[in-house]
Ligand binder design. Structure first.
Ligand SMILES: *Cc1c(COP(=O)(O)O)cnc(C)c1O
Length: 402
């Protein structure tokens, strides 16, 4: 592009728009012609069919149209950040049978802010002091089987993790520094102490409990199950199966703990949560997403998923040597999952190569690897995409079997 042309385009753009010169032509053309700008194309991004699942690296989920519309409309108005959090918090709390709720920047920041609230209470000096926990109860008890990478959210506050395995060890670990007892719902089967007992012991010692149930809807009833069981704080992701904003989540539970958690969150600064901002668009989008999710026909959705799984399964098994199995993970990502494996003597392709072929094909498709084959979920597919996925998988497997 000639410099003269560049300048011409540049005059159409606001001064200092900060857009790289390589983007100017299409941006300006789109503006001049009124054509819809396609940034995926313009930036040369690879868009794909997501037959893998709600993975952060793949941008997890696509928001419902109602959520996108909410975001667009909300973007046209100023409101006070605390007011929108108050109102939406009340609505979400009601929907989820909690005393109070607040929208956070994902489940991970719900974990951080909730823990911060437990450590500081309503003491502004302590809020400003974190992550220095001097003078505060700061030990969080976690079962060994639950102690995975997500505890980093808890230690971000300055708290330390105390790992236990048995009830006996738990009773011994509780002391006057114990701040909270944390439970990772999806890892419940890897722990020796289940929900009810965890809560009962905590209540006996007057220690607040928190549960991470980030990816654990469906079923929708989990949104109130853990509040009703008696967890003091419940943390969930907004942008996984609920299809809310990917950068939103919910912290809900006891009124005084939610109020304390919000002291470490924007609009207040000088705290550990200042960077965990959620804007009004996401807060309102999160509300609409939870509401829609709770009110949708989950039986119909499950039937639709099962039908899509069946389409892909029958296409795959039409290739000699291919073996499939449908399972539903018991807790997180509780949705039909198709495992496709094959007799290596008959179908000569590795799972890594199959994934690459699907990724590099047209259209691009992402699936997940399992030990020797691939796993497919359909809850992130748009209607009709199951046909494309089954066609491509059958093509590649048949080719490898010939
Ligand atoms: C996804 C996930 C998180 C993080 O949630 P975000 O909403 O991405 O912040 C935390 N804990 C568990 C168990 C998760 O699966």
């Amino acid at each position: 592009m000639k410099r003269r042309d560049l300048l011409k385009y540049a005059t159409i753009l606001p001064i200092g728009a900060g857009i790289a010169s390589s983007l100017i032509p299409s941006a300006a053309v789109a503006k001049a012609t009124g054509a819809k700008r396609d940034l995926i194309k313009e930036l040369g991004l690879r868009s794909f069919i997501n037959a893998a699942g709600t993975y952060t690296a793949m941008t997890a989920s696509l928001m419902h149209d109602e959520v996108i519309e909410t975001i667009q409309e909300a973007g046209k108005h100023f409101v006070m950040l605390d007011e929108v959090q108050d109102k939406v918090g009340e609505k979400i709390a009601e929907l989820c049978h909690a005393e109070a709720a607040t929208v956070t920047a994902g489940c991970w920041s719900a974990l951080v802010l909730g823990t911060a609230g437990v450590l500081t209470g309503m003491d502004m000096k302590k809020v400003a002091q974190l992550p220095n926990v001097t003078g505060m109860k700061s030990e969080v008890i976690v079962q060994k089987g639950h102690n995975i990478g997500y505890v980093h959210a808890l230690t971000n506050t300055g708290a330390s993790i105390v790992e236990i395995e048995t009830v006996d060890e738990l009773e011994k670990a509780i002391n006057d520094k114990t701040a909270m007892m944390w439970f990772l719902n999806s890892y419940a089967p890897f722990g020796k102490i289940m929900h009810e007992e965890w809560i009962a012991i905590a209540k006996k010692h007057k220690i607040p409990t928190m549960i991470d149930m980030a990816a654990d809807v469906p079923p929708a009833s989990n949104l109130w199950k853990y509040n009703e069981l008696g967890f003091d704080l419940v943390c969930v992701s907004g942008g996984k199966a609920m299809k809310g904003p990917q950068s939103a989540g919910i912290l809900m539970g006891k009124k005084e703990l939610i109020a304390a958690a919000r002291l470490s969150a924007p609009p207040r600064g000088g705290n550990i949560g200042r960077g965990m901002k959620v804007n009004k668009e996401e807060i309102l989008g999160m509300y609409v997403a939870v509401e829609k999710y709770i009110n949708m026909d989950h039986d119909a959705e499950l039937k639709a998923w099962e039908a899509k799984i069946e389409v892909i399964k029958s296409a795959a098994t039409s290739v000699n040597g291919v073996i499939t199995e449908v399972t539903v993970p018991p807790i997180a990502n509780h949705t039909p999952t198709l495992s496709i494996t094959w007799d290596a003597a008959k179908v000569k392709i590795t799972n890594k190569d199959l994934m690459l072929k699907l990724r590099n094909g047209k259209p691009s498709i992402e699936v997940m690897a399992n030990t020797t084959g691939v796993n497919i979920t359909v809850f992130m597919l748009k209607d009709g995409e199951e046909k494309i996925v089954s066609k491509r998988i059958k093509e590649e497997l048949a080719l490898a079997a010939s």
